[in-house]
Structure formats: structure tokens, C-alpha cells
Design a protein around this ligand. Sequence first.
Ligand code: GLC
Length: 472
Amino acid sequence: MSAWLSRKVSSLNLQELNEFDGSQEQKQALKELGKEFEITTEKLRSIVKQFTFEMQKGLERHGAKVAMIPSFVTGKPTGMESGTYLAIDLGGTNLRVCKVDLLGNGKVEIQQQKYIVPEAMKTGEMRQLCDFIADSVDMFLTEIDTDSYSEALQLGFTFSFPVNLRTINRGNLMQWTKGYCCTGAIGKDPGLMLQDSFRRKNMKVNVAAIVNDTVGTLMAHAYRDPTTFMGIIFGTGTNAAYFEKMDNITKWEDDITSEEMVVNMEWGAFDEERRVLPMTIYDNRLDRESINPGTHIYEKMISGMYLGEIVRNMTLGLVDRQLLFDGKSSPEMNKKWSFETSHMSAIEIDTSSDLADTQYVLETVLGIPSTTLMDREMVKTLCRLVGIRAARLSAAGVAAVMTHCNLLPQDACTAAVDGSVFEFYPHFSHNMMKALKELFGEEVEQKIKFSQSHDGSGLGAAVIAMQVSKGN
Ligand code: GLC
């Protein structure tokens, strides 16, 4: 293995690219890419500044890009909540249906089942999708032997898309993200549509709350740890929610007695006006070919649905310049979305001398006829550039919330985090913390703890359904 590759893979600087022992043209191409994908500390600062500005705008008025949606969730859970609730989670590959028994003392029992959402459902009619959800809930209740019940079951509906809420269980879908694009849904109320499917099937289930996954993640973690102030998703998509003072949500017009409310930021939409995000031609291409061009561009630079596709675009660029794979691609590599983010993870953790796992991904999975060690090293570098940029941009969002809430002078706090990128992408959390240290100094590590949280959409949605049904 070259000295260049044996380096610790958690960081990459432009200096390192000089030591890469490929041809002059290859070196030059990687250096150019390195420059384009670099987020310097100074750049990070300007992104954080714009981020806090857009957060403020979203709190002041309706219709801002970073929507800062009031969630109607006001109370922190105490951990003493009890009762049985249903929760469902729609927003990624699977539909998850759960029965949650809150037992008090921070204890909980969850029974759950996953149902694959057929691709056709994600792009078909919303009414059909809701019927599919109701059927799945029906099946689940039969499987766990709860199909006869006298009182309506209260359900927390984790619907991980931007919904402008009017009440805790009523609101309008603003737009689709993450590859969903059902017809008959935008501007409509997903809670009401699902309720209608339950009614048509004579099921006694009440949609008590529409919950964003970030809000669920925050509440689930807060059920066990009261220092939790933020819920973040770094998964198929990305977004965050945090406790905001009511006085700061100046666009809020109704009366309310509580002092705080969880705000669903919808931060994936940050910088849609393209003032600070350093989008490359590879990002632009991905955006143009996505189902929601021009929107959620921050999400497209960070989250699992998209990172592999950026690397695919870069790879094909180098192939076209005859700098990779002897100028040859493959039908699979030419297919949109074929380079999954999980392939990037496999390549990034491959430290074998001949990069055997990388070879497997490129040749066996993606059908490139043959690769040299140099080819594999180059693709690995592309993955690192995209992975490091994603972690640093993610840190900018976290830093903006910390700055806005003036958290640094305060006691240590916890951000609950869920999602495959955070959990599985090599060095992601390390690189994110590194960027935070550049912004706030070493001591930031003592100020914010990122805690992996798995049960947001189940436990979190159930806790919220419980708060609603008990009138908290
Ligand atoms: C997308 C959705 C948002 C969700 C996030 C993470 O950004 O718009 O509502 O929270 O993905 O799943």
C-alpha cells in the first residue's frame, strides 16, 4: 500500500494529495476535486452565519426556506408517563409499526414490525399509500393479538416530511423529499388522509399526533435523559428539531401558556438561494436529476440517499477524461443511484493492502471490467472527499443551533441522533466533532454529547400521542 494510503483515513488535506503517486493528470484532477470539496474553517464560519440568519427568518415569518415549523410539542417528558400507544413511521425504505407500552420510570416495552414500502407506492397515489399503511397496522394488530379492542387506540404518526402543522394532528404537506412523490398529497393533510383510511376499514385507531422523526428522536431521548435539547437525523435525509423559547417564535399567533416548544427546523432546505453552500458540478447534476430539483440542497450534500450518487458523478467525470478504469465504465455504473452510500462506507473502511473490498464493490457489484490499485485508491479518495465534506457541513447545522441558543456558556447538553449516516458512515461523528472544535475550541467536546438514539419514531411518537391524549 502506498504511504499515502496508509494514513489515518479520518482526515484528508490538500497537501496529502500531492503525495499521491498517480500520473500528473490524475494528481492534478484529484487536487482540483480536493479544492472544490474543501470546507475551510473560514468557509464553515460563513455557513454557520448564514444558517443562524435563516433560522431567525424562519422563526419570524411563515414561508421562509428553513421553515422552522412549530411542532405543538411543548412539554418535556418526565419518564413517568404510562399507557399503551401505537406508533408508525413512514419516511424511508420501510414502514415501521409499533405498539409501545410506557411503563413509567423511563421504562418501555416495544413490539414492532417492518413492512417494505413498494417503490410504486412511493410515487403512486397518496390515498393508496394511506390504505397500505392502514392495512399494515391491521396486519400488525392481528399478529400481536390486539385486533379486538374496545376503545380507540391512540396513534403517533411519524411522517418524516415537511408538514406545516395547524394543530398537533392536523397540517398540510408542504413538499415531498427523499424520493417520495405521491400524487394528491401536497397541500393536503396526511393525518386526515390516514384517518380516512382507518375509517374506511372500520378500524378504531385515532391519529393523535403527526410527528416529524427529529421531534420523535428528541422526545424519545428526553424520556430517559432530561438534558436532551436537540434531535437530529443523519440518515436517508437530514433534519433537526430543538426546544425553542415561545417568545422567539415571533410568527406564532395563538395563545399558549408554555414557555418552550419543539421546532422542526426542516434544515435540509438551508441555502436554497445558494449564497454559501459550495455546490460543485456533481451536486448540480444530482440536484437536476432528483425528484425535487432546486430544493433541499443542503440535504443533498449530506445525507445517505445522495452521497453515493455524488461519488458516481465524480467517478464518471474521471472516466470520461480517461483518468480512471482505463476510460471504461459499465452499464451498472452508468445507472443513476447505483453507487449506494453503503458502498462508500465499505470503501472507506477498506484498509487492506490491495483494497480488496473496494475491488469487490467496483468490479463485482458495479461491473467495472477491471481496476488497478491506482483506480481503487482514486475512488477511495473521492469517497473521502464527499464523506468529509458531509460531516463538516453537518457540523455547520449543529453549530448554528448551538450559536442561536447560546449553548456554549451553559451546562453540557445532549443531542439525540438517529440515522444510518451517523451510525455507519466511517469517521462521520469524528469529523463532525473536529469541525465543531475548529469553530468553538477544544472545550466544545465537553459541551455537547451526541447520543445514538434508535427509537424516536416508536417511543418518541408514543410519548407525544400520550401527552396529547392526556391533554398535557
Ligand atoms: C427530510 C424531511 C424531514 C425529515 C428528514 C429526515 O429532510 O423533509 O421532514 O425530518 O428528511 O428524515
